[in-house]
Design a protein around this ligand. Structure first.
Ligand SMILES: [Zn+2]
Length: 115
């Protein structure tokens, strides 16, 4: 799973299909992502100290990662991500459409550097 918080993704299925938005949070265990303004639901809340009137609260719910696709920062297309070693030996993510690097996963390691 190479999508990370802060990435832009496009929803490819469901009611919010076609929406491009930012990932707020990733739940690796559940395989879900919280995406800004996607999968908004109304949560009905009882009256309490915080909500003296009770009422309906609109908030995002996590969506399955298979329902979103990464949007490449350099080619703008939705694509899948790969992982590879850069010339410096750092592990990096790359766009499988245009093969541009989209951020390092781990710091350079001399053993993986290309001579
Ligand atoms: Zn790309």
């Amino acid at each position: 799973m190479l999508i990370r918080a802060g990435d832009t993704v496009e929803v490819v299925t469901g009611a919010d299909r076609g929406t491009r938005s930012r990932v707020i949070q990733i739940d690796r265990v559940a395989g879900k992502a919280l995406v800004e303004n996607v999968n908004r639901v109304y949560k009905h809340v009882r009256r309490s100290q915080k909500h003296p009137q009770g009422g309906r609260l609109s908030k995002e719910m996590p969506v399955q990662l298979s329902n979103v696709m990464f949007v490449c920062t350099s080619c703008g297309a939705k694509s899948r991500l790969g992982a590879r070693f850069s010339d410096k030996g750092a592990k990096e993510r790359f766009c499988k459409k245009c093969s541009a690097a989209v951020g390092e996963i781990s710091p350079p390691h001399t053993g993986h550097a290309k001579k």
